[in-house]
Design a protein around this ligand. Sequence first.
Ligand code: ATP
Length: 319
Amino acid sequence: MKKIAVITSGGDCPGMNAAIRATVRVALAHGVEVWGIKNGYAGMIAGDMTVLDSRSVGDIIQKGGTFLGTARSEEFKTLPGRQQAVANLEKRGIEGLVVIGGEGSLTGAKHLSELGIKFVGLPGTIDNDIWGTDYTIGFDTAVNTALDAINKLRDTASAHGRVMLVEVMGRDCGWIALTAGLAGGAEFILIPEAPFNQEEICRQLLASRAKGKQYSIIVIAEGAGSAMSLGQYIRTKAGLETRVSVLGHIQRGGAPTVSDRILASRLAETAVRLLLEGKTDIMIGYRNNQCVEVPIADAVGKKKDIDPELYRLAGVLSQ
Ligand code: ATP
């Protein structure tokens, strides 16, 4: 393989730039030309791509977002769209791809490989919801952002004796809520994987007040329910003063943490090495401190569960 390309697709996450940088520099070290595809699969269909050298990926390791841009492309979900994308790659002699993105982006790559383009995927999403890897690129930074907010909200919750509700990202999965909630000492962590009862929450809040707890933190994943309506319910039913913070896209930005930069760099190095060995239809995951090959069908086909041990521990520590 003499030419490969790198692409970021779907939702952006901190660490994508570190992954692009490592992909480019490792490939160049193997004497391989690297192209950068702009704006995800939309850019692949439009032929928006450029050759990257070592300097073009300088000064990006510390930046959130992705300097290549990212997008969602409905056209890529159609066969003619993907055929156009493949034609653009073949015209430039690009034989392999490193795809950095979430489950949707990796599914898209799987369909692309059916048309003859080899690829290795990297799990890039703040949600940590991809099967086959302990951590996804961007998760650690997002959790630290959420934790920073919880720490600040704890100060003001304690000053006023309030119930503070913090809504974090996670439409289908509670990894961010669980991890940030556990690290932030939340009294309640509400996640899509574990149904909860609003009345029971009110009962426990009042019981903890009676035991001397002056304030409470509730972390709720967006997919578990609305912090706004739960806050309203607690105010009405329990008569406690509540405040709500919806963190939103702030969790997607910011300088990647040490862990995310190292993770992105290590995964990318393995991805390039295996791609150049002729491997395809795999994702590189990180398990037990090792980079591992994950069949793409498993990565996009199996559901990653939250860690039940973490959930149990959070329950014990919130008493
Ligand atoms: P995030 O986890 O941040 O949402 P993602 O990679 O899962 O990231 P998606 O919007 O699901 O984000 O997917 C990104 C792009 O991948 C889509 O816009 C589309 O172009 C492509 N894609 C997703 N699913 C498919 C599919 N089934 N077939 C072909 N392409 C797909």
